[in-house]
Design a protein around this ligand. Structure first.
Ligand code: AR6
Length: 170
């Protein structure tokens, strides 16, 4: 099965997909950027499930590079897959951790049976990962992932991010 990669410029919370990936933080309890937008538009059910995860198997939070799913609330999706990107320039700023976000999110998507997955450009906002490098890692990782996901859609907020991803696909 080959995975088709598509690009869209815009707000990921307006997308229709089986799963929408959230660039979360390890607390799973919300934040700014995509995370804030997803919780705002998706409504309180998402945070309620995140809190339940923290109260059960994720007592210490979600590790960088890992992924976990919740309901998508009022978003036009079945699931939100939360993943935690590495902070650029910190001791944990290992590119393999950024690759792991994409790989683990696709693994969770496979477990759920999701066929279409929308990703933001993980770590390129508050976590400051340089866009070109992040785009290269994202595209390379998805291209080489073993997954049953049929469409991976990168949803880039602005023109610059869109161009960085488009350059990787040319
Ligand atoms: N749709 C698509 N992309 C978006 C949207 C949106 N609605 N909003 C922002 N972006 P960031 P990170 C882009 O900061 O760097 C949060 O507070 C944005 O332009 O959302 O992984 C979390 O709670 C950028 O290109 O995520 C964490 O604490 C990309 O999404 C922390 O930020 C990622 O920016 C995670 O930082």
């Amino acid at each position: 099965m080959t995975t088709t990669i598509t690009l869209v410029q815009g707000d990921i919370t307006g997308q229709s997909a089986d799963a929408i990936v959230n660039a979360a933080n390890s607390s799973l309890l919300g934040g700014g950027g995509v995370d804030g937008a997803i919780h705002r538009r998706g409504g309180p059910d998402i945070l309620a499930e995140c809190r339940a995860l923290r109260a059960s198997q994720y007592g210490k939070g979600l590790l960088t590079g890992r992924a976990v799913a919740t309901t998508a609330g009022r978003l036009d999706a079945r699931w939100v897959i939360h993943t935690v990107g590495p902070v650029y320039g910190s001791s944990g700023s290992d590119p393999s951790l950024l690759a792991s976000c994409y790989r683990e999110s696709l693994r969770v998507a496979d477990e759920l049976g999701a066929r279409t997955v929308a990703f933001p450009a993980i770590s390129t906002g508050a976590y400051r990962w340089p866009l070109e490098d992040a785009a290269r890692i994202a595209v390379e990782t998805v291209r080489t992932a073993e997954t049953s996901v049929e469409e991976v859609r990168f949803v880039l907020f602005d023109e610059r991010a869109y161009e960085a991803f488009a350059a990787q696909l040319r």
